[in-house]
Design a protein around this ligand. Sequence first.
Ligand code: ADP
Ligand code: MG
Length: 724
Amino acid sequence: MDVDDPSPRVGGGSGADPPRIRRLEESVVNRIAAGEVIQRPSSAVKELVENSLDAGASTVSVTVKDGGLKLIQVSDDGHGIRFEDLPILCERHTTSKLSAYEDLQTIKSMGFRGEALASMTYVGHVTVTTITEGQLHGYRVCYKDGVMENEPKPCAAVKGTQVMVENLFYNMVARRKTLQNSNDDYPKIVDFISRFAVHHINVNFSCRKHGANRADVHSSSTSSRLDAIRIVYGASVVRDLIEIEVSDEDAGDAVFKMDGYISNANYVAKKIMMILFINDRLVDCTALKRAIEFVYSATLPQASKPFIYMSINLPSEHVDVNIHPTKKEVSLLNQERIIETIKNTIEEKLRNSNTTRIFQTQAVNSSALTQVYTQKDKGTEVKMASGMKSQKTPVSQMVRTDPRNPSGRLHTYWHGQSSNLEKKSDLVSVRNVVRSRRNPKDACDLSSRHELLMEIDSHCHPGLLEVIKNCTYVGLADEVFALIQHNTHLYLVNVVNVSKELMYQQALCRFGNFNAIQLSEPAPLQELLLIALKDDELIGDKNDEKLEIAEVNSTILKENAEMINEYFSIHVDQDGNLTRLPVVLDQYTPDMDRLPEFVLTMGNDVTWDDEKECFRTAAAAIGNFYALHPPILPNPSGSGVQLYKKNKDCMASGEHVDSTDEDDIDHELLAEAETAWSQREWTIQHVLFPSIRLFLKPPKSMATDGTFVQIASLEKLYKIFERC
Ligand code: ADP
Ligand code: MG
């Protein structure tokens, strides 16, 4: 290699010269930047349409060829572009919308960076035709790499501007190839235009494929939002919409207004449709979308993929529009408060409108439900294999149950085995009762389930409810307790207890309406039960007895299979395999290491001979299984890592184990444990606490049983600090 060779050396050792730093050519910089602003054809269309709207257009027509790669043409009847501005029109950072940085605070237009047109000229061939008011003719001019390719040519033109982008990404081979291979961008373009059409109801939009007679979106200016939605999304959507509105003008900094339409219980779709405009900008807000999804799946599980049109308006100085290269996301002052208010408004609206739906929407038979679930939940497969795998963990380290307190578990069964068998006839009779009432219409209307829900309401502690509704999650204090702050108070919350209660309540709320988690492989009940019984100290090595207990329990579950499937979406097939579990909380799968214990609890602890008790105990079993227990693998952080030593003898013999010999650690198991613990921590913060805030009705007992413990009052702490 030449000594002066400036080319970078990969992985050069300590003696190598550092690579030279050079200034990139402007055209390279521009092309890189362009690739960021114009990521795909649909982003070009969005920018062009926004320009048309900024120009005050009342008609915007879009034509697209080859998903936008060959041609994108956007024509409007806006104010047009002055002749004298044409030379700099497509230079980077030329704009008519912003002059000083401070203007960003109050900007009303959608564009402000002066980058979109410039970017297009770096990655495609751009031709602009425009005419301004009072001119006799217009001008046409082509642009390349930010500059005019020719002097503007006079031409005949109709009011407004037409921008044509041809051969997008002609000079970015990889991008063009990926876009060609991936699905054509046309559906995305149609989606954008549809959204604009719903919001800008006084503008006529059309979007068609080049050469097509029919437009795929064709909206005409109207004074009614519902009309606009009907024109774009169809009458069937409009039929199921409810109007929603909230304004929070007295809330100091969190002042905002929101209005829109949301779907009701009868609207069933495969995907959520969320059209969100913030200060008239089409944006995404993942946090808000997730919050809304949560509300729907809790209040209307079977209509949990809603249609939402929402327009939020805030003082422009509360919105930072400059956080995303394509302006796709914005950041709001007091976002959490705003989301909370919107969430509560939607929840209230749905609860009030949902009294009738139970009867309407249950008119599906269970086999139809089964089909829907399987289709819907293809994405939620859970690998049983991983659940089984961790059985290799040393038994001594698997804290399954407290051996000193086996009540409610095997112990009860052990002493009551014969009576359980005797109960069989009772069992049949209850099933018959339940079955005869199992008219699909009534699934959610069983009075005993209602009684249980009423009990939850009447036992609710108003003070605690207020705390959890308005608390801030601080973090985990240890393996079981999390720290939350409410006003000036800090509380320790027992995560296991609250999650158990939340899951119990959700199991009853979603009763008969669960989505399903499909196990990737059917799990034989018998085997699960044997695994659960394996470590039971009370039976010890009496294998015959274990087999018998497993047999009896799996028989009980098979006999009740139809009912637990219909009400709790726990599906046991004819061969006695467990194939599906319910989704109790969206985006959450229980710890499959606890599945064997759950199956045993279902067989053993559920009261089958009384409807109400049956639902209560089954929901409690679900609550216990889905609760966020500490993972079965011990926490490897800190000195816990010693537990993952392969050679356990030295530990057993009490020898001091200070040396951390790398090779001695079971890395696979350690990694598994680390993942389990960090996932749990993430879930507690991002799934559990948001759901608790939304759904939990904390029972009074939680105020005194150590679930919530107030540990500090900040006022007092401040006083102490002052004295120091
Ligand atoms: P920005 O919209 O951020 O200002 P653009 O590159 O999208 O930047 O557009 C540059 C300028 O070109 C705009 O500020 C506007 O003055 C003008 N312009 C672009 N498209 C149109 C249009 N359809 N009608 C009128 N003027 C337009
Ligand atoms: Mg623009």
